[in-house]
Design a protein. Structure first.
Length: 556
């Protein structure tokens, strides 16, 4: 018999109006054996508490009369849950099973097949108890972790002397002494436990003596695929550590606010309502033109491109500058130079650009090369594909040289995103192929610069169709085109915290509209949703909240 059957479903005897046998209402038959020759039966009955001996005798007599057999023997079994529930409160540590444990605990990460008898201490998880041998025995499996590693512990339970092992449950902190060996059933080392002692679970402490910090970036289980933290437990811990406040900032949702409020009142700590939103600047980022200069579209432009040792304008350096003057849609002049970066070129960069340390050896230093480039530009507007990257290197170089950088720049990447919404990718080679431009040697500065410059006549034709004749009018003309086509910007994370009572309502509105009006894979919070509506004379929707621009999504 491998299952529990309620006593009342199997037998109709042993009832009384005074409730004497009411204990049987919560009892289960967990084992039966019948001897037909002697017309006798042995029963194993699980009781919720220990029955009086006289009651056991009456049960045996009642079942024998009901089934008309000679003899019934009842084996009393108390469930582990009942034992645990009724066990008196005991200070920890306390022995659960076996004799006093001697010896020091060994880190689980150091255990191996040859370890033998040892002691480990850790937290229990993955407890599993299953019956075997027709319910006459059980196997208890559980895992112990000390956070250096985890160990499977397996015990064959037979008889009352091992019943206390069933008290072990998930979350307990225990010390186990036993034999470690290879377990063919599990395919790994495991321990056969002999002695088990329950310990007081250690807790983390904030040992800083100065002014306590306030956690303003806390995720709970309501942040999908990002956290499993229980809000009440986190607030309780913060209060225990002497923190004055704690802020909940789940990703894009506010479901945890009621639980946060309750936990704050219970633990006497200030709670701050917040959200970590998915933010996109739909107002003034990704613009085509940077700078104050105003030039006619029919004038001269300098298309340029850089090769560098890396991606950081502050830490990396230029290795090549290529530039062409575009006049009437054609190349009018060209500038090209290698640049000695004063450092070794990484192998990955060499694979991409083909530029080696030997190519830049003896080339002009940064100050000389950039100075000659600025003379070549001569105050004309400059153009690049993903111009923010290239202009940042030039601007940083000018700063190091003590030279003023005041050039007006155009970005053909953003022009392509706005004017060619039918494309799915906007790399320089993809756009050039789409516009049927000549093939070029990609990732070499001069070739990239010329190709970038040859994009301009195509884009300027489209701009003139929109009524744009001068550079200063381009950005405004792009506003209606920004969100068309297949281009999707990756959101950044923004922390929004409630500043005062009215901010709670406004935060709920921001979150709701992000889900209902701007949802694209994520509940997007556009910058326009956070801006005051000055033109209508209305109060800002984000009034009563603090906003902290945080980090690129996916780059914690």
């Amino acid at each position: 018999m491998n299952t529990k059957v309620p006593f009342r479903e199997m037998f109709s005897c042993c009832t009384s109006e005074d409730g004497f046998f009411s204990i049987l209402d919560k009892s289960n038959v967990v084992g039966i054996s019948v001897d037909r020759k002697t017309a006798s039966m042995r029963l194993k009955i699980e009781f919720p508490q220990t029955p009086a001996p006289v009651m056991v005798g009456l049960i045996e007599e009642g079942i024998a009369r009901e089934l008309e057999i000679n003899k019934v023997s009842v084996e009393v079994f108390i469930s582990a849950a009942a034992v645990k529930k009724n066990a008196p409160e005991t200070k920890l540590p306390r022995m659960l099973v076996g004799k006093k444990i001697t010896g020091n605990a060994v880190p689980i990460s150091e255990l191996n097949v040859e370890t033998g008898r040892c002691v480990v201490t850790g937290e229990v998880f993955g407890t599993e108890l299953r019956e075997v041998r027709n319910g006459t025995a059980k196997i208890l499996d559980f895992n112990v972790t000390d956070f250096t590693g985890s160990l499977r512990v397996s015990k064959f339970i037979k008889g009352e002397e091992d019943a206390a092992f069933e008290l072990i449950s998930d979350g307990m902190y225990i010390t186990v002494q036993g034999m470690v060996s290879y377990n063919r059933w599990h395919g790994d080392i495991s321990m056969e436990p002999a002695n088990v002692r329950q310990e007081e679970k250690p807790s983390r402490k904030d040992k800083y003596d100065g002014e306590k910090r306030v956690e303003l970036h806390f995720h709970s289980r309501y942040s999908s695929l990002d956290a499993l933290t229980d809000i009440s437990a986190a607030v309780k811990t913060a209060a225990k550590w002497g923190h004055k406040a704690i802020a909940l900032t789940d990703h894009g949702v506010a479901q945890g606010f009621p639980e946060l409020c309750s936990a704050g009142k219970k633990n006497g700590i200030k709670v701050i309502y917040g959200v970590e939103g998915y933010y996109i600047n739909d107002v003034d980022d990704r613009v085509v033109v940077h700078g104050d200069g105003d030039f006619p579209l029919d004038g001269e432009f300098v298309a340029f491109d850089l090769e560098t040792t890396g991606l950081s304008p502050e830490n990396d350096r230029i290795t090549e500058i290529g530039a062409v003057i575009i006049k009437d849609g054609k190349e009018a002049a060209r500038f090209q130079t290698f640049v000695d970066p004063g450092k070794s070129i990484p192998f990955e960069v060499t694979k991409l650009t083909g530029i080696r340390d030997s190519d830049v050896k003896g080339a002009p230093k940064e100050a000389e090369a950039v100075g000659e480039f600025m003379k070549f530009v001569g105050g004309r507007p400059i153009v690049a594909h993903n111009a923010d990257f290239d202009t940042a290197f030039i601007a940083n170089a000018c700063e190091r040289m003590g030279m003023e950088y005041d050039l007006t720049s155009l970005d053909t990447l953003v022009l392509a995103q706005n004017l060619l919404p039918e494309l799915k990718k906007f790399t320089l080679d993809t756009v050039a192929n789409y516009l049927s431009l000549p093939e070029f040697n990609h990732h070499r500065a001069s070739d990239d610069a010329l190709t970038c410059g040859l994009l301009l006549p195509h884009f300027f034709r489209k701009l003139k169709e929109l009524g744009v004749e001068r550079v200063a009018a381009i950005n405004e003309a792009m506003i209606p085109l920004r969100n068309k086509g297949n281009n999707r910007r990756q959101p950044k994370h923004i922390i929004i915290l409630v500043k005062e009572q009215k901010g709670i309502r406004n935060l709920y509105e921001i979150i709701s509209r992000a889900h209902l009006e701007h949802f694209r894979k994520y509940p997007i919070i556009p910058k326009s949703l956070l801006m005051p509506e000055w033109s209508k004379g209305e109060p800002p929707r984000s009034d009563g909240v603090y906003r902290i621009l945080h980090h690129q999504q996916g780059t914690h």
